[in-house]
Write a protein that binds this ligand. Sequence first.
Ligand code: NDP
Ligand code: TDO
Length: 300
Amino acid sequence: MAEPLHILVTGGAGQVGLELAAAAWPDHVRLHLPTREQLDVADASAVAALFAATPFAAVINSGAYTAVDTAETEIAAAFAANAMGPALLAEATRRAGIPLIQVSTDYVFDGSADRPYVETDAVSPLGVYGASKLAGELAVRSGNPRSVVLRTAWVISRHRANFLKTMLRLAADRPEVRVVDDQHGCPTGAADIAEALRTITLRMMADPDAPAGLYHFVNAGDTTWAGLAREVFARSAFRGGPSARVEGITTADYPTPAQRPANSRLSTHRIAADYGVAARPWQTAVSDIVDALSKQEISK
Ligand SMILES: NC(=O)C1=CN([C@@H]2O[C@H](COP(=O)(O)OP(=O)(O)OC[C@H]3O[C@@H](n4cnc5c(N)ncnc54)[C@H](OP(=O)(O)O)[C@@H]3O)[C@@H](O)[C@H]2O)C=CC1
Ligand SMILES: Cc1cn([C@H]2C[C@H](O)[C@@H](COP(=O)(O)OP(=O)(O)O[C@H]3O[C@@H](C)C(=O)[C@@H](O)[C@H]3O)O2)c(=O)[nH]c1=O
């Protein structure tokens, strides 16, 4: 029997954490998935105690402060989770000589490009959430050279709160929803992100020379938030679930505390070339999730 390989996954109760728990890991891998209550990544003594207790072979940091609008006022909390936490994990993993895989966001960009962003493009976050995640990226990359920062975007899943579930909830009690149609991005299934993280983590554990650095991973294709809502409702209607008409509006018609990028499409060429990770169309992720949610509803 191979020795067990222990992998720490922070944010175990989040969308990506829950899909990492469900992913097909080799038998000898033991995942440790603490919730925020069990491990606050910004708590230096909690991080040190956990590393002293378990000989981890890798860490995936999927825990984060993800409330984009609330972050504008809860600045200290956002930076604690998204910048201080990654810095502590970078230090702990560097000392242990193990890889760290950090999940980051398209909101590090300001959206002024007229094409999908590549990893070498300049960053310039528009809000506190993006700025805190960028600080986390920099802490990881400077703190542990054996690290990957995986930027993803517009995460959807059957778990927790996300835009897809918000749309289905709204459609349950109104015939029409108003949704911005001038912000362009790449909806991405949390299960697809988990699969990409699994591939990267296993390769980094097996090969000290595995490629490190910055990578973009999203599902294939792009749309607007209104386009995503329309796809969700088309699939939901097909399954006999809630559906609503979508009125496409402008960003100015839907004021929010945090500004979002008008274009946050990401190019996935680098991860395809270095890690052989291929992206499924975003519409496939939508139909998987809507189907799973409707089965859940039927079995209630
Ligand atoms: N959601 C999205 O649309 C996108 C997310 N990302 C990134 O992907 C990653 C995963 O996000 P996702 O799973 O969607 O997010 P979720 O909000 O679903 O989950 C995040 C998890 O992190 C936990 N958490 C918050 N603060 C801390 C902390 N200080 N220490 C430990 N855990 C903490 C949360 O705890 P609690 O359960 O208590 O809330 C939650 O369980 C994050 O890095 C995020 O920035 C990138 C692009 C898009
Ligand atoms: C609920 C709703 C939102 N919107 C708009 C507001 C906003 O511009 C856009 C998306 O709204 P949300 O607030 O749900 O999504 P938001 O929190 O901005 O999602 C982001 O989360 C973080 C964590 C990321 O890292 C990003 O990649 C991205 O997924 O849709 C409408 O136009 N109509 C609506 O009814």
